[in-house]
Design a protein around this ligand. Structure first.
Ligand SMILES: Cc1ncc(COP(=O)(O)O)c(C=O)c1O
Length: 282
């Protein structure tokens, strides 16, 4: 299933051509995006995603259509989605710098699409992960803002290449590490550890995205009396933790059972509690 809306709220045929060949999003990956999970007609963390879209635009010095237009286009897609037959949808917001040589008008659209069977299987069964170097050190985000380390840009070719490397190594997913071997994030997710009743995740200042899913989980956990920490995490802690998860809007909180070929702790009771905490937000 696929639904497509422009920012004036018009629905267009998702199978008809939309972009021009000289759109800078196509030619250079020069643009930004967000992917939002909607369940039973309700988008999750919509405002947090819009905040991050605006933050990415600021970092990229990109003209972004106003927030009300995004909200309207999202509502248009949600209104068209067949909730009776598909309870979840991935809502994607895309904005590029527009045409090469154009007047600076951004290209923007919102789409809704089905979640893949494979994603559902991974949510249910858990995943294996490999750690891969990302080639950045923890101070790089501040030192080199032009690398856009904390923006959600359309330039995901490296992230996708890392996933292919994981597949070559027989794993499902990746956790990137910094040059000091501290943990960063997955190519499309944040990493969360549970250690003695405390949840931990690496800090955005290490050059990673501030995850809306991780944020929602941590807020729910804090309200339920858990301790949480956003702090540098050494790679070895993965194997000492009580549990490891990858968190992102579409995958939700997916449990990791193996890292670099070695099993990590998986406690189904703990996994259930973590998932319930996250779901309690909605
Ligand atoms: C690089 C990266 N890190 C983290 C995340 C998780 O963010 P969220 O929970 O807001 O989906 C994503 C989402 O796709 C991502 O692409």
């Amino acid at each position: 299933m696929r639904i497509l809306a422009l920012l004036d709220g018009t629905l267009v045929d998702p199978d008809a051509p939309l972009l021009r060949s000289h759109d800078l999003g196509v030619q250079r990956g020069d643009g930004i995006f967000e992917t939002i999970l909607a369940v039973d007609g309700h988008p999750r963390e919509l405002e947090a995603h819009l905040d991050r879209l605006e933050r990415s635009a600021r970092l990229m010095e990109l003209t972004l259509p106003e927030r009300a237009k995004w909200q309207h286009a999202v509502r248009t897609v949600l209104a068209e989605w067949p909730w009776g037959s598909e309870r979840e949808a991935a809502i994607k917001l895309v904005c590029t710098r527009g045409l090469d040589g154009g007047d600076g008008t951004p290209t923007a659209f919102v789409s809704g699409q089905s979640l893949s069977e494979e994603l559902m299987r991974k949510r249910a069964r858990g995943i294996s992960v490999v750690t891969l170097e990302r080639g950045i050190d923890p101070g790089m985000m501040e030192r080199a803002p032009w690398l856009l380390l904390s923006a959600k840009t359309l330039s995901y070719a490296v992230n996708m290449a890392a996933l292919r490397e994981a597949e070559r190594r027989g794993a499902d997913e990746v956790v990137f590490t910094a040059s000091d071997e501290s943990l960063l994030e997955g190519p499309t997710s944040n990493v969360v550890l549970a250690e003695d009743g405390r949840l931990a995740t690496p800090p955005p200042s290490s050059g990673i995205l501030r995850g809306t899913t991780q944020g929602a989980l941590f807020r729910a956990a804090e309200e339920a009396g858990w301790r949480t920490a956003v702090e540098p995490i050494a790679r070895e802690r993965l194997w000492r933790a009580d549990g490891v998860w990858l968190a992102s809007s579409i995958r939700k909180i997916t449990q990791v059972h193996t890292i670099d070929g070695t099993p990590v702790a998986t406690d189904s009771g703990l996994h259930e509690r973590i998932c319930k905490l996250y779901e309690s937000r909605y």
